[in-house]
Design a binder for this molecule. Sequence first.
Ligand code: SAM
Length: 376
Amino acid sequence: MRNDRPKGPGKSGRRERPAERPAPRSAKPTGERPRPPAPAAVAEPPRRESVEEIARENRRDRPAVEWPKGERPAFRAPVVLEVEPGADYALLDSGDGEKLERYGPLTIRRPENQAIWPRRMAAARWDGADAIFTGDTDEEGAGRWRFPATPLGETWPMRQDGLPYLGRFTSFRHVGVFPEQAVHWRFMTETIERERERERHQRPVRVLNLFGYTGLASLLAARAGAEVTHVDASKRAIGWARENAELAGLSGAPIRWICEDAVRYAEREARRGSAYDIILLDPPKFGRGPKGEVWQLFEDLPHLLVLMRQLLSDRPLALVLTAYSIRSSFYSLSALMGEAMRGLGGTVESGELVIREEGEDARHLSTSLFSRWVSA
Ligand SMILES: C[S@@+](CC[C@H](N)C(=O)[O-])C[C@H]1O[C@@H](n2cnc3c(N)ncnc32)[C@H](O)[C@@H]1O
């Protein structure tokens, strides 16, 4: 997939997450607008619609957001969810605009705009990384991987809480997993297991994973016993997710893999009256659907979140939203979540996902904002 960095409006204040799709855009056919006849036979390039035009067109028939009525849920903020160093992953060091991480057997060095402090480790540790992302550290730019000691393939074996999957060097700086998400995944699997236990395995727990990427959340949910719908706009990401499913021995698990624009899919599901007990939502700031649909977080999230509210089952368990690379605050996400969850009881917990460095004198690297509604 990724032409990772969105050519989104403005630059991000926050970090690096990827994730937008290449822009599969069709040119608007010429001749739609009357044009004066060309004096010479110089072919004009077909006029391309701007992102804003496409976005306006996508939203043209969208009804005004109907905010739910009733009491707002309880609120808890700030909540800082921390990823600790472990066998699967550790943030070894950070500083001077980079981070040094361990992903299973490999140490990886990548740009990290948030790391504006000095490093703790000697240069030799950094230079000895197995893979180094070099190139343009501008978030919009491409770059490439260098393997100082041994040339490595595109993928390598990884585990997440015992679930095998493939780490992968993508053409941008991403590695097929966002380690900070692990805290949401554990929360989700514990919630699924608790509910399955409570219901004596009689009631299936249904999970919707929108913007699902390489599928780890979907696979962990399925392993915990849930029925999962996984949606992503990138065919390539869906392919990677299915590859991970195979590796994890979960290719027969009840997971529906759907390559579609998240908003379009949610709208259709709402019309069909579908229902989910747990919903995960990790949207980029800017993204494209497979048919060129435009996703812009600030413009589209309220609509999507209210759709998510409609899709919650009559015994809902959780709705988890993460946001990254945006100029915003978890209080904004919290306020939005509170409005979307009016009348449902429960609690909205909001804050940041951070990764703690390994070893002494550890600092915390902030990765994203989150807001989650929980029924209990
Ligand atoms: C940051 S990734 C999500 C990561 C995921 N939560 C995880 O931790 O594995 C964002 C994903 O959104 C997808 N995406 C971008 N625009 C989309 C759209 N309009 N509809 C559906 N998916 C989209 C990208 O292809 C990418 O896989």
